[in-house]
Write a protein that binds this ligand. Structure first.
Ligand code: GLY
Ligand code: MN
Ligand code: MN
Length: 454
């Protein structure tokens, strides 16, 4: 049975695209790459641009959009596939589910491909088909040219802000991520390793028939920013950083981080630095509203962190000078966040085209170069706010860095905080007409409240 609200949202998205882009568009869903032999594949994940207009994760399918109409191209399931994978609905049933105007076998796509724009998919096999069917090279999405670049810009203008259907999905993903974090906290007192906590968290996501929106980070080495190892034992005195987010079956993501103590209780030094990160998190969310530049939110986080570190005696000097010299980035080397949507870092397949307003480029400053979003906020954008404090040996032990910042860092004082390797607090924040709504707000951020979970 078609879901009328989904179909009407999908039809509106197609109409909106037709209003701003007048060439035909073909979007491919892609296929699951094989791991080591063809029948053993990585899990299938449809291209997000396909999902945005098609709504359901069909494998090895394509849609052609023109004038607000959608044609679906996919082959009926072979008897062999039905034997091994079970029966799937017929092409015409799927067409009805997604409100397609027509449906054909894939072989028909060739005759409907003239002058069509596309976005390159990630999997190589389908990417080759894109070039063959369009009869021209299709550059990787981040290097799109000509009509494909114009299409990318049109899709970005739609996907930057979310419609009601998308927001409902994003809320579901956020709610399950919150449950996963609660499960992680609940598992901590009896867990021996990071892996056991990861298992408890991902179990919650899987039990809701969702998947992880990205590789979970569950680690006592939070200073390794994208740590995907889970073998470390949990020791009293460790902080555990858990960055785990769910993705709904329709592909909508969430991105959530909390940091808690393995014993359930922060040490005084851990609490001091936790409060610095939390102050930055709260100040950023407080300041967000439509029209505010996200870069200014990042710089606000940098200033609050610098101020907090001055107050603790780790940094010395004027906060504005410290931020101008990127001294905050010694401890907070990444950006304050990014767009969230169908991708956890939404539309980063297009490089910085989505994250950066036209005419803006990445800064080469240490304290700004990792900023992934540099646009004014708009109602219905979803972004993360994720300040952190890390002691990264590659930064803090580098002789050149130490000499450059010799006058502003009190290294002996910093040594007293050696039980803090990494803290991050990350929430998913929806920009509203009046300000913001934190979709992940049900998970506490206050140190006391986190301790009370134990
Ligand atoms: N989970 C990756 C990130 O926070 O950006
Ligand atoms: Mn994030
Ligand atoms: Mn994250």
């Amino acid at each position: 049975m078609p879901n009328h609200s989904l179909v009407s949202s999908l039809q509106q998205r197609r109409q909106h695209l037709a209003q701003i882009f007048d060439a035909p568009v073909i979007l491919w869903s892609g296929t699951a790459p094989s791991r080591n032999f063809p029948a053993n594949t990585f899990p299938f994940r449809a291209s997000s641009h396909f999902l945005y207009f098609a709504g359901v994760p069909l494998e090895n399918a394509a849609i052609r959009l023109e004038g607000g109409k959608l044609e679906l191209f996919m082959d009926e399931e072979s008897p062999e596939s039905a034997l091994w994978h079970g029966e799937i609905p017929k092409r015409d049933e799927i067409a009805q589910t997604i409100g397609a105007d027509a449906a054909y076998p894939l072989a028909e796509l060739d005759s409907r491909a003239a002058n069509a724009a596309t976005v390159a998919v990630q999997d190589i096999k389908t990417n080759q088909q894109q070039s063959e069917i369009l009869n021209r090279p299709v550059a990787p999405a981040h290097a799109a040219k000509g009509i494909d670049l114009e299409l990318a810009k049109a899709i970005i203008s739609l996907r930057l802000t979310h419609d009601a259907e998308a927001i409902a999905e994003l809320r579901k993903a956020a709610a399950v991520s919150v449950e996963a974090h609660r499960a992680g906290m609940a598992a901590t007192p009896t867990a021996k390793t990071e892996a056991e906590i990861r298992a408890a968290m991902e179990s919650e996501i899987l039990a809701h028939d969702m998947s992880c929106a990205y590789s979970s980070i569950v680690t006592v080495h939070g200073e390794v920013l994208h740590n995907n190892q889970y073998h470390h034992p949990l020791q009293p005195g460790d902080l555990l950083l858990a960055d785990v987010g769910a993705e709904t079956a329709m592909g909508w993501a969430s991105d959530l981080t909390r940091t808690w103590a393995v014993t359930g209780k922060f040490s005084p030094t851990q609490r001091d630095l936790y409060e610095v990160v939390l102050a930055a998190h709260d100040a950023c969310i407080e300041k967000m509203r439509p029209g505010v530049e996200y870069r200014d939110i990042h710089l606000l986080a940098a200033s609050v962190i610098a101020q907090g570190l001055v107050d603790l005696g780790i940094l010395q000097g004027q906060v504005s000078d410290l931020v101008e010299r990127d001294a905050h980035a010694l401890f907070f080397p990444h950006g304050v966040g990014h767009l969230v949507g169908l991708d956890v870092h939404d539309m980063e397949d297009l490089g910085d085209l989505a994250g950066y307003e036209a005419g803006r480029k990445r800064s080469d400053r240490f304290g700004l170069g990792f900023l992934r979003l540099n646009r004014p906020l708009q109602p219905s954008m979803l972004v993360t706010i994720e300040p952190g404090f890390y002691q990264v040996p590659a930064i803090l032990k580098d002789p050149q860095t130490r000499s450059k910042y010799q006058d502003v860092v009190n290294w002996e004082r910093l040594d007293q905080f050696s039980d803090v390797r990494g803290i991050r607090i990350e929430d998913d924040v929806l920009v509203t007409e009046e300000g913001t709504q934190v979709l992940t707000a049900d998970l506490p951020t206050q140190a006391d409240e986190i301790e009370q979970q134990f």
